[in-house]
Design a protein around this ligand. Structure first.
Ligand code: NCD
Length: 313
């Protein structure tokens, strides 16, 4: 089994059938994570390099774990300490990694489109681990996998994404993926963080949070991305939290079996109240945040397998 493409750059360009294939394989790979010994020889002798031009803990760790579970070598380049700090361009860094016989490069970059440029520069597969505000396809896929584990079908499912949509690559990948799978998507946030261009995707835009939560099957909260805000977008965090934060009162407007998602890292008490954040489904609650983290490893194992063409052992 292989993907139709050399690289995984975004969900916008992926076909529904490909997404379904990734989700089906990930559901199978997830079984390995439940074993006491989490190691299979599938990608022995292969190497994955993570090249992160932005901070990350969970995404990078998740890729590293995924590679190691599949027996591939995982090498991280701490860009701040690498030759890019000496002025090396992305192009020269990539050509060097290819010459070092890396089998695949995972890139996170503050500029939208950097992984796409990378994909054209080298013959080895490139996986986008987040580019600017643009896309974060592995997050989108793990979100879809998590939803699929709770809801029987995407068709007609009401998914509400709330928060800082303007700065969110997580939201953009989720929107493309969900619409492709047949879900109804509602986007909610203050005007300043919800650009009208989003309506062109086919999603419904809503600035009233109670109305956006009404009847939702899935609520996806986004982090207020303070580090990406170079202007004044909000009157204050307390007001934001009152108008757009998810608390138990607001959640009660969603369907009784609605699930709550968040890509992490969460700002407790800002976009999500403590009691909602901690109400994990594994303990009978509604929140699936830690399940999303676990599914992230399975999705990344799958993509490495599909792109590197592992053995069937
Ligand atoms: C997100 C990111 O970096 O895009 N986090 C993640 O990958 N899990 C979202 C965020 O930073 O809020």
């Amino acid at each position: 089994m292989k993907l139709k493409r050399k690289d995984v750059l975004g969900l916008r360009e992926m076909e529904r059938g490909e997404i379904e294939m990734v989700l089906d394989s990930a559901a199978r790979f997830k079984e390995i994570l439940a074993r006491p010994v989490k190691k299979v020889p599938t990608l022995r002798g292969r190497s994955m390099i993570t090249l992160f031009y932005e901070n990350s803990t969970r995404t990078r760790t998740s890729f590293e774990l995924a590679a190691k579970i599949m027996s591939a070598e995982a090498i991280n380049i701490a860009v701040a300490q690498s030759s890019s700090a000496k002025g090396e361009s992305l192009k020269d860094t990539l050509l060097t990694l290819q010459a070092l016989s890396a089998d695949c490069v995972v890139i996170r970059h503050p500029n939208a489109g950097a992984p796409h440029l990378a994909a054209r520069l080298v013959d080895i597969p490139i996986i986008n681990a987040g580019d600017g505000f643009h896309e974060h396809p592995t997050q989108g896929l793990l979100d879809l996998l998590t939803i699929r584990e709770h809801k029987s079908t995407f068709e007609g499912l009401n998914v509400t994404i709330i928060g800082d949509l303007l700065h969110s690559r997580v939201a953009r990948s989720a929107i493309w993926g969900l619409l492709k799978m047949g879900a109804n998507v509602t986007l909610c946030g203050p005007h300043t963080l919800l650009p009208p261009e989003f309506a062109a995707t086919g999603a419904r835009l809503e600035t009233n949070c109670d109305a956006a939560v009404e009847g939702a099957d899935v609520i996806m909260m986004l982090r207020l991305q303070n580090e990406r805000m170079d202007g004044v977008y909000l009157p204050g965090v307390r007001e934001y939290s009152a108008l757009y934060g998810l608390n138990a009162r607001r959640l009660a407007k969603a369907k009784p079996d609605a699930i709550v998602m968040h890509p992490g890292p969460i700002n407790r008490g800002v976009e999500i109240a403590d009691d909602v954040a901690d109400d994990e489904t594994s303990r009978g609650g509604r929140t699936v945040i830690l399940q999303q983290v676990q599914n992230g490893v399975a999705v990344r194992m799958t993509l490495l397998y599909l792109l590197l063409g592992g053995s069937e052992e």
